[in-house]
Design a protein around this ligand. Sequence first.
Ligand code: GKR
Ligand code: MG
Length: 428
Amino acid sequence: MKITEMHITPIALGDPPLLNAAGLHAPYCLRTVVELQTDAGIHGLAEVPGSAAVDRALAAVRDTVIGSDPLNWHGLRARLAERCAAETSVARGDKPWDGRTRVQVYSALDVACLDLAGRAFGVPVATLLGGIVRERVPYSAYLFYKYEGAGGELAFGTDPPATGWAAARQRAALDPGGIVAQARAMVQEFGFESIKLKGGVFEPAQEVAAMQALREAFGPGVPLRLDPNALWSVETSIRCGRELEGILEYLEDPCRTQEGMAAVRRALKTPLATNMCTTSFDDLPGSVRHGSEDIILTDHHFWGGLRASMELAAHCRTFGRGVSMHSNNHAGISLAAMTHLGAAMPNLSYALDTHYPWQRDEIVVGGRIKIEGGCVTLPKGPGLGVELDRAALAQAHDTYRRAGLTERNDEIEMQKKTPGWKFSATRW
Ligand code: GKR
Ligand code: MG
């Protein structure tokens, strides 16, 4: 089998005004959809975080991809490695998300080739990753401080009256009470059994109070996590970590660097998780040497694909790390890919992150994928088990053209609300 066509479609999906360490989400988040076609008439799909740079990097390898055998990932990956400039974890940048492009190229092609192979052999991607360990993959509620508004077309003031989660998704949440109300609505709608708050937005004391309020509201049976996206100093991390001792399932990236995380880890009993200080295979020796975290949050978009995430899971098993998954905003192709990974990972030790409840648009046939009892059930059908809804894809591409965004820049968005606001790598 040979790949004959590679299509790259940038899209924009509505996204509410969510706050984080780097500023504010724009009314749209960008994703890129990759489709491979073969001479056997079988196709494969993937979705990655979008930006003009990622799209350029994907287009730059098109002539390497075309003519390749999608069933020989090692061969294609080796040829891609010759074409793509080397990229270390430093290129990740200091923002909450990952600024690298090469990992996205690998990720898109790995996922699309797996989807293709699954369709060719009539088996799910999870089977190709080693076998299905669980059919229902648990996800965690992902709370955000936010301003009023639902994002997307609705950002322009036409929000219809809403109730339940639809209303909470629009409502501002800027204090512990708002966060608890958001959590109640999200848990009620999706049945999540663990809860994460995106921190790094307000004074640490306010975020500690929000976690204490969540504990008070949900009791000790619901695991809680806080992620300040490395905005705290080591001292602040230790002080706040001590105040939250016994309340958190894990504290995610309180501060920067493996050395910093290791110092916090030595001072606390609460486990530490990361998607910021150990983010690539290059970082694993440092992780072991310093003992920087207990749990590594993989993300197939940033570790170079589903197969690379399975390799990471094996390293985690060897070095006694827990493993779970990080998320940025995404649509259904990525949710399906994450679910196959979660279904196949034997040592998945925590419910996965997902931003999915914050998005409303969808580009796969059948519309929004269901999250029930906090879980996504492995999609039926071969490969990823999802098909593109062509009309919805065309609309999301049209939105991309109209939105005029070429990259994620939460600082610029924040400056529209707070003129002069500046991202700072360590704030408190
Ligand atoms: O989307 O605002 C956001 C998050 O802060 C995201 O960019 C992070 O990468 O969710 C992420 C995390 O766990 O660090
Ligand atoms: Mg994180």
